[in-house]
Design a protein around this ligand. Structure first.
Ligand code: SAH
Length: 345
């Protein structure tokens, strides 16, 4: 399939030439697609009718908004999008004081199998194309009429398990002539695919790498995350040191607190010991209970204790502010609920 929305400007130029068109058409089309977020060829009014007709042969990747939920607490908007093949993905817009942040999915489902996560319950369906990752952001901009300044890859899927499409997505998103999002305003979150972390460091992007750590040692990490059986925590941390030395970007560690599993004061001290030589920041997230899973979140006091302990050991730490608590919980639960409802009908 020729997916024009996933092409770089250079590729689009070559493609235009192959259609017998002038290369400058590429720039016009690129701008329609990535700057103005056009959803159809028809809209591209500065192209001749002939060319628009010719382009109709190449279906334009465009997501259909199936559902939007808006939080009355904080204005968070959760989108459920339908892809051209009928698959569903979800994305979230979070309005912050410093600008709008969009959280997007990178795969339909996920094969990483983390024990607390709803996105992985049905396994991996398929990778998303670069155009399908971009269009989550484009449709949200078109729906709200608002600017997006931050993009986080923390929706469904493991970004580094869809590596080539991820790189193309990053290039298109940050390129001049498109949305031109600042590299520093991008966050890629991974459960820790070690070889890909080394690869990403060598791409020389100034983006934030977020590592889903969730444990102070291998034993606990293996209980929560199957990937920990493949790569030890030390291997993950070594890759993070390398990422920092290559890019100068401070690492974010995500740590979902699960009551009775990884939330004790001893766990906090051990974690601090493991991270003390790293330039990093820890983001604590009381686990979101998922219907199909048994995990419980610790009470506020225990979360605060964990945070204080880390701080006393000199670690930078924040407790993730919960957004959209009144609309479907985080992490793949909107899509999950949709799929389950469909099956139960
Ligand atoms: N696959 C990537 C990105 C998607 S998950 C990764 O693993 O980082 C985004 C973050 O949400 C990860 O830190 C993930 O571990 C966390 N997460 C998933 N389900 C959760 C839940 N039920 N409660 C709290 N955090 C969860």
């Amino acid at each position: 399939m020729t997916d024009i929305k996933s092409m770089t400007l250079e590729e689009l130029k070559d493609f235009m030439v192959s259609l017998g068109e002038k290369p400058f058409r590429a720039k016009q089309i690129f701008s329609w697609l990535h700057e103005h977020q056009a959803a159809s060829w028809e809209e591209m009014t500065n192209l001749s009718r002939d060319l628009r007709q010719k382009l109709e042969e190449y279906p334009l990747t465009s997501l259909h908004t199936e559902q939007v939920q808006v939080s009355s607490l904080d204005g968070t908007r959760k989108y459920l999008f339908r892809l051209d093949d009928g698959n569903m993905v979800e994305s979230v817009l979070m309005p912050y004081r410093h600008g709008n942040s969009v959280c997007i999915s990178t795969q339909v489902g996920c094969r990483m199998g983390c024990r607390f996560c709803a996105s992985t319950l049905g396994g991996l369906e398929r990778n998303l194309l670069p155009s399908e990752m971009l269009d989550q952001i484009y449709r949200i901009i078109q729906d709200t009429g608002e600017k997006v300044s931050n993009v986080v890859l923390m929706g469904t899927g493991e970004p580094l398990d869809n590596y080539d499409n991820l790189l193309r997505f990053l290039a298109l998103l940050t390129e001049e002539g498109g949305l031109h999002i600042s590299q520093r305003n991008l966050t890629v979150s991974t459960c820790g695919l070690v070889p890909r972390i080394y690869d990403l460091a060598r791409e020389e992007y100034q983006l934030t790498l977020a590592i889903s750590l969730h444990a102070p040692n291998d034993e606990i990490r293996r209980q929560l995350m199957p990937i920990a059986k493949k790569y030890s925590m030390e291997e993950v941390l070594q890759a993070c040191r390398d990422y920092f030395s290559q890019t100068g970007r401070r690492i974010t560690f995500e740590y979902s607190l699960v009551a009775g599993v990884n939330d004790s004061p001893g766990n906090a001290s051990e974690l601090a010991g493991r991270l003390k030589d790293l330039n990093c920041h820890v983001n604590l997230i009381p686990v979101n209970p998922v219907r199909e899973r048994e995990n419980r979140r610790p009470d506020r006091q225990r979360v605060d204790n964990f945070k204080n302990k880390l701080e006393k050991c000199g670690i930078n730490v924040t407790i993730r502010r919960e957004m959209g608590a009144d609309i479907d919980g985080a992490c793949g639960q909107l899509r999950r609920r949709y799929l389950t409802a469909e099956r139960e009908q």
